[in-house]
Design a protein around this ligand. Sequence first.
Ligand code: BDR
Ligand code: CA
Length: 312
Amino acid sequence: RFMNKRNIILDCDPGHDDAIAIMLAGKSDLINLLGITVVGGNQTLEKTGRNTLNLCQYLDIDVPVCLGSANPLVKILEVCPQIHGESGLDGFDFPDLTIDYHNQNGINFIVETILKSKEKVTVVTTGPMTNLALAIRLEPKIMDNIDEVLLMGGSYTNGNVTPAAEFNIYSDPEAAFIVFNSGLPVKMFGLDVTRKVMVYESVIERMEKLNNKASLLFSKLMKVFNENQYRTFGLEAGPLHDPLPIAYLLDESVVELSWVHCDIDISRGDSYGRTNCDIFDYMKLPKNTFVATKVDVNKYWDIIEQGIKNYN
Ligand code: BDR
Ligand code: CA
């Protein structure tokens, strides 16, 4: 069993949904979490970093937490307080911090951890893809020891920042461009599927009943997340985006994937930051991306429930 654990690095910008992804990856028989790297995105790096430490301390997840890039490669950072609040993780009071960052920059951590790992490493990103893009440019050899890149981001239907672009890709289109064109196998879990997993009140009630520290975190964060989604987008519940690639590592049957050509629009026009997926293969271009096209919603909540129970 232990031998089958997948080695992963989680790169994120917590963020309410990132927090649940950390919870899901942090205690599992199937995942060996090598470390968490943080990026500026939902909030400034200072805040997303602090949120990550708070989450790890509260959930007792003892892995290196490293600060990566504060800023996108080219663009100016545009944070998202409308959804995640001024702290980036409004809604939960964490105790005072007693843990600290691992003493290494996140990009160096990604490079060194992957180079020295005996088994291949899976990189999961749930924020702008800046850190992984920089790591690939710094040491392209890491690509030989990465089995695949799983990302929450993109959309082949509509975006959530512009009609064309989803937040994580919109935040750093050039970084996404580097990763999607790197030759690495990329699996994209975009809004097309994550918009289907809405944290309705009934979901919160179900998880609340589990009555442990993870369920408390879940319900408090999701209530604020839902209020913000309602105020900002008029949605009756928030889409729980970021845990989906982790859920996929725990049970691949949670989504259906399609093998397509995907281009990242870096043209700075109206569709800047769009993940242009050729679902119907019009262009007959080389395929580079597995894109999630369907999600089993019930299975997803079962996986989340089990993830919370792992903290009993
Ligand atoms: C993505 O944007 C962020 O606000 C969320 O954390 C998620 O990663 C959804 O578009
Ligand atoms: Ca995120």
